[in-house]
Design a protein around this ligand. Structure first.
Ligand SMILES: Nc1ncnc2c1ncn2[C@@H]1O[C@H](COP(=O)(O)OP(=O)(O)OP(=O)(O)O)[C@@H](O)[C@H]1O
Ligand SMILES: [Mg+2]
Length: 450
């Protein structure tokens, strides 16, 4: 998409000349004749770059620069001046100007080079920010003693090649731990491949795990690599391992014993080097005792055991988690930055969080969308917290019909039930005594996304 450049100058003919040069190069140009107008345009339009005169009748360019940068710290600003004292230039740079152009701007080249540089820099800065966000995604929050012990264990287990079984309730961060184990290992630059063991249909187990050759069975139109092969050199994360079928357990055990596999319909034996991590919210030892999980497989997988504790047992971590999720939610939803009032943390810490960290994260996202900051008080939080005894703020909002209010209540019930059941629709339906298909239809009608 073409970048939009705002030209700010009190001289109309300069606005027009610059706008023309820029539009000829394929940019979109907006113009403003004074500082006030410039600030209004910046706040209302998606401007990518500002080219601005220093001397203007109302607000001078340096003041506008300062306010514009306060509003949009990512916005590059090029300053132009004909009477450029060194002092002005120095101030402009100090206030965050990207570059300085001397007036009159003769020839388009100088302008275009400066514009292109500024836009490239902005693009790189955005990419960096996105990468940092991505990297931060796997960063686990938790300053309390329980989590510190866990991090310590994860850190030590990561460096070893040992297989790890991660246990814990829904939403306690098992997948995050698996990713941290991968990131902390010598395999970190190789793939991290996830397989949900509960979701593999019986007839596809072999092909999922080991891949298949073209034409190996009906529907195998092309050859495909299985998860073990895809994870070669890296890590395979067997999620919901406690729900793995007996047939699949036997097949996984065999690769772990032999370190090699054959694709379905293939002749060749393929050697793989894969570190296997597994997670489950079941009591896997009880599954072994009950004969539902093979003991020999369990002992192969569980070289190290990591338990992700429920959030209610480490409430001291709630404020830091809530802060992190709030910042992320504001960022993701394009909301202005908000903070929690101190008493809000108490409300959050008094809840039991059956859906654990995931439930907390969803709740914070809901508060960030439904409430206006800058500070979120205890009532803001209690108002969207399921089961909270505080009065619901918008229970009888003005102008709402009975139908609207009933829908609000349904939405709230379903969202809370989903959170309690780890966002699993089947389990939620069972808990609410609804048909799964009926619940799906309701969710769709109420605009609830998983
Ligand atoms: N310590 C933590 N710091 C930051 N975010 C966390 C932490 N623990 C969990 N989360 C977040 O909570 C959510 C749930 O975590 P995750 O998917 O790892 O849980 P899980 O134990 O695998 O859940 P399930 O059993 O339902 O699959 C994710 O959005 C994750 O990023
Ligand atoms: Mg998970």
């Amino acid at each position: 998409m073409a970048a939009t450049i705002l030209i700010v100058d009190d001289e109309r003919n300069i606005q027009l000349t610059l706008a023309r040069s820029l539009t000829l190069e394929g940019y979109l140009a907006e113009t403003a004749g004074c500082g006030q107008e410039a600030l209004e345009t910046i706040s209302a339009h998606p401007i990518d770059l500002v080219v601005m005169d220093v001397k203007m009748p109302d607000l001078d360019g340096l003041t506008v620069l300062e306010r514009a940068r306060a509003m949009r710290p990512d916005l590059p600003v090029l300053i132009m001046s004909g009477h450029g004292s060194i002092e002005t230039v120095r101030k402009a740079f100090k206030l965050g100007a990207f570059d300085y152009l001397e007036k009159p701007i003769t020839g388009r080249d100088k302008l275009l080079v400066a514009v292109r540089n500024a836009l490239t820099m902005r693009h790189l800065a955005e990419e960096n920010a996105a990468l940092r966000r991505e990297a931060g995604r796997h960063e686990m929050v938790g300053g309390g003693p329980t989590m510190q012990r866990l991090f310590d264990l994860v850190h030590r287990a990561a460096a070893s090649e040992g297989r790890v079984v991660i246990t814990g309730e829904n939403g306690t961060g098992k997948e995050l731990i698996a990713r941290a184990l991968h990131e902390g290992s010598r395999r970190k630059d190789a793939p991290f491949v996830k397989l949900n063991c509960a979701a593999v249909p019986a007839e596809l187990i072999e092909s999922e795990l080991f891949g298949h050759e073209k034409g190996a069975f009906t529907g195998a139109a092309t050859a495909r690599r299985g998860k073990f092969e895809l994870a070669d050199g890296g890590t395979l994360f067997l999620d919901e391992v406690g729900d793995m079928s007996a047939a699949m357990q036997a097949k996984v055990l065999r690769v772990l014993q032999e370190g090699e596999l054959e694709r379905v319909g293939g002749q060749q034996t393929i050697k793989v080097d894969v570190r296997v991590l597994a997670a489950t919210n079941k009591d896997i030892q009880a599954e072994v005792a009950a004969g539902r999980f093979r003991e020999d497989l369990y002992y192969r997988l569980a070289v190290v055991l990591v338990h992700a504790p429920p959030l209610r047992d480490r409430r001291e971590d709630i404020p830091a988690l809530a802060d992190r999720f709030l910042a992320e939610a504001c960022d993701r939803n394009g909301r202005r930055a908000m903070t929690f009032a101190r008493e809000s943390y108490l409300v959050l810490q008094s809840h039991d969080w059956p859906g654990n960290v995931r439930e907390l994260r969803n709740l914070v996202e809901r508060v960030a969308i439904l409430r206006d900051g800058p500070e979120l008080g205890p009532d803001d939080v209690a108002g969207v917290l399921p089961g909270s005894r505080k009065p619901r703020v918008d229970r009888f909002r003005e102008g709402a019909t009975f139908h609207d209010l009933a829908e609000d209540a349904e939405r709230e019930i379903i969202i809370a039930a989903l959170a309690r059941n780890g966002e699993n629709v089947s389990e939620t339906a069972r808990a609410l005594g609804l048909e799964r298909s009926h619940l799906y239809k309701k969710m769709k009608g109420l605009g609830i996304k998983r």
